[in-house]
Design a protein. Structure first.
Length: 336
DNA sequence: AAAGTCTGCAACCGCTTTCTT
DNA sequence: CAAGAAAGCGGTTGCAGACTT
């Protein structure tokens, strides 16, 4: 019945591995192959638990492990995968050749997580949270300008921020322009003294599927009132079918349109909303077809507000993540 | 230069899942 | 099918080196 005990833990060595131990383990596995960790320590002459041997091999000694700094592309992939898979480090590692789950987990906790928080992104939900943002360092920076601000928010949806600035630049009220998105207000002008606040409710007249700007007067947190031009996005068109499972905002889906928007925005002087009479226009009208869309999935129930997500569907989305192009302008080092 | 603090990462711990008997 | 061990996995810890005061 069952198996015999793994190993007698008394008297086994713990702590950092020595070169001699690494050599013993490597030579043994080169001859006998990995696996059978219970008997490995005894057969190889190591005074270690089999579990410790397995960990040392899989996380450090394996020949196919890639050492050194994570590349920008790897970092972006980790963020994207984490937004879909959560803390499933082994699943993330399976999609990053040469990287171990332990390495990715450590890198997330020591680098990426901190950076997301600093930039106002909740590392758990991947959604903006201005209460996490280190605003003082941003707003008091001598190099503070709009392009830097867009880089900060690039993980949310840089194209929307760019569009917000574009529309705001045409406004008569240059002092108080804001981007309103998913219940957060982002500054789109260069006034560092302007308070930034979460809004507590969505304006009732916010149209769906449209980018929208209008002079606005409303109460924000702490009893403060905001007056100025709000640029809003409430994107819920049929394109949501392209959204990945588990993602409940529109930022990822909008990335499909990144290149098209960039070209539109670069012609900012001639670019105007399609419907200026009511200060709004349909986002579908300027981004008619995705450049590189994930494979549309069959059941709408797996998407927003859905729960019946299957492993295959997640797999399908994850494979498509790597088709997304990363804009050259997203040089994080420039900002940090 | 010394002491204190911070940071990054290898390794461990303990829980869950898979597998063997 | 059940029991229990092996393997897998994610969270946490401890320590060495870097950095700050």
């Amino acid at each position: 019945m069952g198996r015999s005990p793994c190993c007698d833990k008394s008297g086994l060595k713990k702590g950092p591995w020595t070169q001699e131990e690494d050599l013993k383990l490597t030579e043994y596995i080169q001859i006998h192959g990995p696996g059978n960790w219970r008997t490995l320590p005894k057969n190889s002459g190591l005074e270690r638990c089999g579990k410790s041997c397995r960990l040392r091999w899989t996380n450090y000694l394996r020949p196919d492990i890639k050492r050194g700094r994570f590349s920008f592309e790897e970092e972006e992939s980790i963020i994207q995968l984490h937004s879909v898979l959560g803390n499933k480090w082994s699943a993330i590692a399976a999609r990053l050749p040469g990287r171990t789950d332990n390495e990715i987990k450590n890198y997330w906790n020591t680098h990426i997580r901190k950076r997301l928080i600093k930039n106002g992104i909740d590392p758990v939900t991947h959604r903006p949270r201005l209460d996490l943002m280190d605003l003082s360092s941003i707003l008091t920076s001598a190099s503070f300008n709009l392009s830097n601000l867009f880089k900060i928010q690039s993980l949310v949806n840089p194209q929307v921020l760019s569009l917000a600035n574009l529309l705001a630049s045409t406004s008569s009220n240059q002092e108080n322009n804001k981007l309103f998105l998913n219940n957060y207000i982002f500054p789109v002008n260069q006034n560092p003294n302007e308070p930034i606040a979460n809004v507590t409710s969505t304006p009732s007249n916010l149209p769906s599927n449209q980018l929208w700007h209008q002079e606005h007067h409303m109460e924000v947190n702490n009893g403060e009132y905001f007056s100025g031009n709000l640029v809003s996005l409430n994107y819920q068109s049929s394109q949501e079918k392209l959204m990945p499972p588990c993602i409940t905002d529109n930022s990822i889906a909008l990335q499909n349109y990144s290149d098209q928007f960039t070209s539109q925005a670069s012609e900012s002087s001639s670019f105007q909303p399609s419907n200026t009479e009511n200060n709004s226009f349909n986002i579908d009208s300027i981004f008619p077809t995705p450049i590189s869309s994930p494979t549309p999935l069959d059941s709408s129930s797996v998407f927003i507000n859905g729960s019946s997500t299957t492993e295959d569907e997640i797999e399908s989305y994850c494979n498509n993540i790597f088709k997304f192009e990363i804009p050259e302008s997203l040089e994080l080092e420039d900002f940090m």
